[in-house]
Design a protein around this ligand. Structure first.
Ligand code: PRX
Length: 688
């Protein structure tokens, strides 16, 4: 994939040897919290055998206004024994905002930079200290209270990667309200569905955002979503708008792509509902006592795709999530006081929640918040920013690595990356070639590469190397984090001991695990605990090699992982079916060299409709509008009929084969009409 692989002969040697192991770099191991694998094993053993002692000692480093009233941990993973329930430190009172701000300031970190903010356009930047962040958060907490937001209320957020987003999250946490952040790339309809499901009374947004050279009017999308909510009889009472792009007063400067201010953005404010952030903040006091909440009170919900097509509101609670976010950040990135840490994920996804906001702040480190994209203004942007802030720990997605690789090494090597020590990846399996490029070109072969496996549901890393302790293999997430007991199960639920492959499950609870699906505990139990009673089922496949290393093989349900974002094929199908010309649709995952996976759709049209290039474009547009641009299918194929069993079930296994032009479709004897297969092969998208 790389243009100039030949300048890195090592790439060729390593790529095809999955068993080749990489030692933790000495300079990383020497100062690491965990310096040897034996030390990891010892800590791991205690974490799973005596969780209350292991996590109890960690919990002591946080402030608790009162102690747990019952057991430190109580859980039931077995539906046969009663409802699934997970509780850590129930009865203990705390506040995560207090722990990540007030407590750090008490420790003397008030003047330390909490965040360097790096805007979309190079040169547009600012920084905020712990003390300044604390003051902003207190003010916004008072703003929320003034708007009538109380403990337990849900507040939606649809925002760019700006400091105000972190302020809004922490303010919710400070007053015990629950944030529900919707990635600002979702459509108005997706936003509406999430606002309605969570019954949010308030939303925080911004006027707009530049994403690279592209301008998005976020407020207009929010207006549309809020109109829908009002139509449904559930109006949102307050909408707070950050003036991020539009200038106050007369903006006379010539508009430049990607740059602020931006004169062309039209914002309408609805009198009774919409308020400017800055106006509210100016009037607010910067004193706000934290609300002491129960360890098991909700902290946030975050929607993730579900196999049925309806997104699930994954609910996390305060106490367990706090210690898990802090502990995984500390050990997986080996965070120290002098680190400059940068996670490129958007806060709209779980990675941003745990590893842009809560985890790094809990460790009192300085981080970078990046508004832009890896390609703007060119493919060297990430490394320019690394150089600018002397980033030491860097965390990104394989899809970003793959997309940068094809631009060649020069975009990387022209910047100084000698500050880097740990390079993390997350979101999807990383192919060995991308792993080696990351290690060799970005990291100069001198950094620890940590491939961290986890999910929105798990709250934090569950399978990951530790930078100073674990020998890595390219493409393996290696071993379980503290408190995690993985197992691999066969289809009939038998544990695969030793080397083998199957369903990845977990046998016991850890503090950061989700507690329920918001408003639908039964769905929570069905999705994660019913297939294999007694286990939390990830929905991913994994294999264990001869040396015990774990390799994630990808989803084994109907979810597709596009550029690290999970999408449900059912959700894409229901968007397609809403188009007047479409009678039926089936979508499947298809390999993609940059995105990892993409979506390939088969559509059966209504009688009399013709399949044209234009219709294909329209259908792609429908998905963009219904779900969001990132969900747009790459391929849409005409399917006069779909391969179905006699009972009418679509055989997606066969569709996946057709999409990749693999004639070895396996057993077709259960199909109602086998001739469908040849027809579909003859009509497949030739470029796929
Ligand atoms: O399929 C796995 C994949 O991403 C899914 C979780 O997606 P989401 O909840 O959106 O959270 C993404 C960020 C944590 C998983 O079920 N996944 C995540 N990390 C990895 C991965 N697959 C392989 N290797 C990883 N490191």
């Amino acid at each position: 994939m790389s243009d100039n692989k030949d300048s890195h002969p090592k790439l060729h040697i390593h790529t095809h040897d999955p068993d080749l192991k990489f030692d933790p770099p000495k300079r990383v191991a020497e100062v690491a919290h965990v310096q040897t694998f034996a030390q990891y094993e010892k800590m791991y053993e205690q974490s799973v055998k005596e969780p209350e002692i292991f996590w109890g000692e960690i919990a002591e480093q946080f402030f608790w206004a009162s102690q747990p009233t019952g057991a430190f941990v109580q859980y039931n993973f077995d539906v046969r024994k009663g409802p699934i329930s997970i509780k850590w430190m129930e009865g203990a009172k705390t506040n995560i905002c207090y722990n990540v701000l007030d407590k750090n300031i008490e420790k003397g970190l008030g003047d330390k930079i909490a965040f360097f903010w790096e805007g979309n356009y190079p040169g547009d930047d600012k920084k905020i200290t712990y003390k300044e962040l604390f003051e902003e958060v207190c003010k916004f907490s008072n703003v929320l209270k003034q708007l009538g937001v109380k403990k337990g209320d849900r507040v939606a957020m649809y925002m760019p990667m700006i400091v105000e987003l972190v302020v809004a999250m922490l303010a919710c946490a400070r007053i015990g309200a629950v944030h529900s952040i919707v990635f600002a790339g979702f459509s108005a309809e997706s936003l509406r569905d999430r606002i309605l499901d969570a019954s949010c009374d308030a939303i925080v947004t911004a006027d707009g955002v530049w994403r690279g050279p592209k301008l998005l009017n976020l407020k207009a999308i929010v207006d549309k979503a809020l109109d829908f909510c009002a139509e449904k009889g559930k109006p949102v009472k307050s909408c707070v708008v950050v003036k991020h792009l539009t200038a106050d007063g007369d903006a006379t400067s010539k508009e430049e792509k990607g740059k602020r201010p931006c004169n062309s953005l039209q914002i309408t404010m609805k009198d009774s509902r919409d308020r400017w952030w800055r106006e509210l903040m100016t009037a607010a006091s910067d004193h706000c006592d934290p609300e002491w909440v129960d360890a098991e009170d909700p902290l946030f919900m975050l929607y993730t795709s579900g196999s049925t097509g309806k997104p699930k509101g994954v609910l996390h609670t305060v106490g367990g999530y706090m210690i898990y976010a802090a502990t995984t950040s500390k050990y997986s990135f080996d965070l120290h006081a002098d680190d400059v840490y940068w996670c490129t994920a958007d806060i709209g996804w779980i990675t941003g929640h745990t590893y842009v906001c809560y985890g790094p702040l809990a460790n009192g480190v300085t981080s970078v918040i990046f508004e832009g994209t890896p390609m703007f203004p060119d493919a060297g942007r990430l490394w320019d920013v690394v150089d600018k802030y002397k980033v030491t720990k860097f965390y990104t997605a394989p899809t970003a690595i793959r997309s940068l690789m094809k631009f060649g090494d020069n975009f990387v090597t022209k910047y100084d990356r000698s500050s880097l020590k740990v390079l993390g990846t997350v979101g999807e399996p990383i192919n060995p070639e991308a792993w080696h490029w990351y290690n060799t070109v970005v990291g100069n072969g001198n950094c620890a590469v940590v491939d961290t496996f986890w999910q929105t549901e798990t709250g934090g890393h569950v399978i990951t190397p530790l930078p100073g302790a674990t020998k890595t293999k390219a493409g393996s997430a290696t071993f379980p984090f503290f408190g995690i007991v993985p197992a691999i199960l066969s289809e009939d639920g038998v544990e695969v001991k030793g080397p083998g492959q199957g369903y990845l499950v977990f046998k016991q609870a850890w503090p950061g695990l989700m507690r329920t699906v918001y408003g639908d505990h039964e769905r929570f139990e069905t999705t994660y605990f019913k297939k294999f009673p007694g286990y939390y089922c990830t929905g991913d496949g994994a294999k264990r090699d001869e040396e015990g290393y774990l390799w994630i093989t990808g989803r084994i349900d109907d979810l597709v992982n596009v550029s690290g974002h999970l999408l449900s094929t059912a959700e894409v199908e229901s968007a397609l079916i809403e188009h007047d010309s479409v009678a039926e649709a089936a979508s499947v995952s298809h390999p993609h060299s940059i995105k990892g996976e993409c979506i390939y759709c088969f559509v059966t049209l209504n009688e009399g409709e013709a399949f044209t290039e234009e219709l294909s474009k329209e259908l792609k547009q429908v998905v963009r509008e219904k779900i969001g641009p990132f969900a747009q299918p790459d391929f849409i194929q005409n399917a006069p009929a779909l391969p179905k069993t006699r009972s009418g079930k679509i055989m997606r296994r066969i569709l996946r084969k057709i999409a990749v032009n693999d004639r070895d479709v396996g057993d077709t004897s259960t199909l109602a009409d086998e001739s469908v297969i040849d027809t579909l092969f003859s009509l497949r998208c030739p470029s796929a």
